[in-house]
Design a binder for this molecule. Structure first.
Ligand SMILES: [Zn+2]
Length: 569
């Protein structure tokens, strides 16, 4: 492998506390090193910003739900498609891009890792086939657990050890990364035409509540000592007044300490917080409760969040929250797809247009930004658009512009048709904070890496870490003349390295890199009861045999990287 020296850039690295100092970054054999030989290839980063590769903590980028979106929204390809060029394949789609475009676009923006946020275990192969075909970036996938029949039964009887053994088995057979929960109990209730809108609503048939599911899964997660915390999309997403359900959910983590060897301190990750921070009783008195939610998270250090920023685009929503998609379809009357995934989960897909001329959309835009600007510790708050739900991930540079420039926010507020309503229902107009480049590196690199248990491997530029490096055409010494320059600089990197291989040069893809799939191999004590339960349910209920379900071999995950966990004692 080649040696490189990235010279004279302004380095921002929270892992080492470097705040824009001029430094050289040396790369050898895929790792950051102290120094390289005189023959190393020189990358001139003078007057440029240098950070570690960014990590995406939550996006819907691979699998059957994403592909259903591609099928039923052929119009999405008309918005943005590019021909093959150099080594790149054709790039199609805007809110639901092809796998090729997904990998290239993340890389061009300086991202080297993305988490697929909801893997239906039954369709794990499809998820991994798409991950396999996504170039350059490392990826992992979160299997969904919050409506799984095994989990509901074990937790109803408070069997934490059995829950943990089942989680370990499922992570292994699906090559999954962590415990994802979507509308706990509510998606199962949807099979009965119902939903769970509070943490105390009963789940039909199973006689358990969302609160019991969430608490039990946190306990099982810490029993195993997994790299990532329990990752939750709470009940009651997207409804006026839902912030109370969000606070009730967050309180379930109270007093629980993280137990793991990966340096993770959180026990609950609240995803797309914007969709869970709504006040009011209807769409007319709809208002922001970002302050109430962030006040709670600021005080409780065992919680991390991501934002779910609305980007004011036409997009395609998709979630395992089946009842929510039905509700959304009832609101906007656009087309609707719904899938039931046997004993495990469900999913829905509905297009959505976040119009700057609709007051609710403009208020949602403000709430997403308020969350980042109100969070005191950027190490616990990560930028997402819940791609594609609040907007495509390709809009990150625009979100960064809004976060780094109060002037850019003001320009957008002035462009809203219902500007007065945005200002009266949110406090975006009173927030003058501007996120610094160092804070940006915390929110997109060091923070997410730590929260995923990858803090010693990536998200920083210390010697020994993976050589994931992004160089931006942005000079921190120069005042920003036009906020649009921020968006431009973060859209296309001057150079990107992924595990020591240069994958982007002057904004162009120059290599398909050395992509890996990360998964978690958790060892537990032999548990004959859980294995008997699994065998029995496959015979009785599943449309697939257990052998077939478990046979997700090398063909599907050709370049795996397993994080080992030992919970046998
Ligand atoms: Zn999501």
């Amino acid at each position: 492998m080649s040696e490189y020296i990235i010279k004279n850039g302004h380095v921002f690295d929270p892992v080492q506390g470097i705040k824009g100092d001029k430094k050289d970054i040396a790369v050898k054999d895929g790792k950051i090193v102290d120094k390289v030989g005189s023959g190393a290839k020189v990358i001139d980063a003078r007057d440029k910003t240098v950070m570690a590769g960014a990590l995406e903590v939550h996006a819907h980028v691979a699998g059957p739900k994403v592909n259903a979106g591609r099928w039923y929204r052929p119009e999405d390809k008309h918005f943005d498609s590019h021909k093959t060029a150099g080594i790149t394949r054709i790039e199609g789609g805007k809110s639901i891009p092809t796998v090729f475009k997904t990998g290239y676009e993340y890389a061009r923006m300086g991202f080297t890792f993305a988490m697929e946020a909801a893997m239906p275990p039954l369709y794990a192969r499809h998820v991994h086939e798409e991950i396999h075909d996504t170039p350059i970036i490392d990826e992992a996938a979160l299997p969904v657990f919050g409506n799984n029949w095994f989990i509901l039964e074990y937790l109803k009887n408070q069997e934490i050890e059995n829950t943990a053994a089942y989680i370990a088995w499922l992570l292994r057979v699906t090559k999954g990364y962590a415990v994802k929960v979507v509308n706990p109990g509510g998606t199962e209730a949807w099979a009965w035409g119902l939903n769970c809108l509070s943490v105390n609503d009963p789940v039909p048939y199973f006689d358990i509540t969302p609160a019991e599911i969430v608490k039990g899964l946190i306990e099982a997660n810490e029993y195993l000592g997994l790299p990532h915390s329990m990752h939750i999309h709470p009940n009651n997403l997207g409804n006026p007044g839902c912030y109370e359900t969000t606070l009730d959910t967050l309180k379930l983590a109270q007093g629980i300490k993280a137990k793991n060897k990966f340096g993770r301190e959180s026990v609950m990750h609240l995803t797309h917080t914007q969709f869970h921070s709504y006040g009011g009783t209807n769409w007319v008195d709809f208002e922001s409760k970002a302050k109430e939610v962030t006040d709670y998270v600021n005080k409780n250090k065992n919680i991390t969040i991501d934002t779910g920023n609305v980007t004011l685009d036409e997009t395609t929503t998709m979630t395992a929250d089946g009842p929510f998609e039905h509700h959304l379809h009832g609101l906007n009357h656009l087309k609707w797809a719904n899938v039931d995934v046997e004993l495990e989960t469900a999913a829905g897909v509905v297009p959505y247009i976040y119009s700057p001329n609709i007051s609710v959309c403009a208020i949602q835009w403000a709430i997403g930004l308020e969350i980042s600007l109100m969070m005191k510790d950027p190490m616990r708050c990560y930028i997402t658009t819940d791609h594609p739900n609040a907007g495509p991930f390709t809009r990150y540079p625009r979100v960064i512009k809004w976060l780094m420039s109060a002037k850019a926010r003001e320009t957008q507020i002035n462009a809203f048709k219902h500007k007065d309503k945005v200002l009266s229902q949110t406090s975006i107009g009173a927030l003058d904070r501007e996120i610094s480049l160092y804070e940006l590196a915390q929110m997109t690199r060091a923070g997410p890496a730590k929260c995923l248990g990858l803090g010693s491997m990536c998200g920083g530029l210390a010697p020994g870490m993976d050589a994931d490096v992004a160089v931006y055409n942005f000079n921190p010494d120069k005042p920003v003349a036009n906020p649009d320059d921020i968006e431009k600089a973060f859209s296309r990197c001057a150079a990107v390295f992924k595990c020591g291989v240069q994958v982007v040069s002057d904004g162009d893809i120059v290599s398909n890199g050395n992509k890996r799939t990360l998964w978690v191999n958790a060892k537990v004590k032999d548990n004959p009861q859980v294995m008997r339960d699994i065998a029995e349910k496959f015979i009785k209920y599943y449309s697939m045999t257990q052998n077939n379900y478990e046979a997700l071999g090398h063909h599907f995950v050709p370049n795996p990287y397993a994080l080992e966990v030992d919970a046998t004692n």
